[in-house]
Design a protein around this ligand. Sequence first.
Ligand code: XIL
Length: 368
Amino acid sequence: MNKLIIFLSTIFAIMLLSVSCKKNIDTVQNPKPDNSTPFVPEQTLKEKAPFPIGASIDPTHLKTNLRYKNVLIKEFNSITPENMMKMNMIQPAPNRFDYTKADELVNFAIQDKKRIHGHALIWHESLPTWVQNFQGDSLAWENLFKTHIQTVVGYYKGKLAGWDVVNEAIGNDGGTRNDNTNQGSIWRRKLGADYVARAFLYARQADPDVLLFYNDYGQESNPKKLQAIISLVQDLKRRNIPIDGLGLQMHIDINTSEAGINYAIQESVKTGLKIHISEIDIALNPSNSTLEKPTAEMLERQRQKYLMVVRAYKNLVPKAQQYGITQWNVGDADSWIRSYLKRNDFPLIFDVNYDRKPSYYGVLEGFK
Ligand code: XIL
């Protein structure tokens, strides 16, 4: 009898112990939800943006850099090929059109349901050497010009939302770039000033639906150039030349005047065209001083400037005219300011590791 009692009480003790152990394990593995800190799903730019938010991209990064690709997929809903639709890439030899690289970007964007903005049909830079050396009368030049526009626009018909038809036709002096300096445009010299209007007409003939943009830089810091651009597009509109939008590249820096930015946006809005902030980057080291990494103060000023631009765009551009904002590439290491302008800078909203910078949060705040 005693033995039985000892046996039963041992079993009971073991049962009690195992229940209490399980309880402990449960509390550790499945802690009670803490209602004081509600779960907030991660927010990305494209989920929060009240208008399309884009980045310019290139196929090499897209193929070789997984972080670049992931940030692009997660954060942006619009893309602009940074270089692959420029004339030197797409028509490297007379009448030899090569869409291979551009199509890598277009196919990626279609698959990922991103909007595509074409850039740029007619520009005095990024020309193939055969165009720079081309010898021909005005008819031959006109034919070359028209064929390029209509072949490329026709090829992408139905796939693109918009095209930068003419890029940077106005000089920094407000003039028309009719000279042989590096400020000059071969198109202006060979085709006459009204080539801009004809470029839009040819593009419209090749695709009745794609939005057609005039794209330029410096409007925010050069009022004379801003007025020349506005006069140019107003003249096109008056003559019923098909133009739908105006691109303000917005390559600025942390010192660029707010008043200048607001004024450029306001004056552009008055044209009634869609407004695209088409290539934004905000340099924080415009004087190119030795700088291993940005100071906290620089990053904060950059955050404020991104916030200011995005807020101005949201508040000053009526909804129907908002085509969106595009950043010029994805992470600081990819910026043309480093590779092309050879300046040491950190101008974007993702750092060299594709982590979000203070400027990223400035953009998010600007959406509100
Ligand atoms: C730049 C690209 O970012 C560089 O990679 C390239 O070497 C030169 O062109 N204005 C424009 C863009 O409209 O096409 C330019 O892009 C930057 C200035």
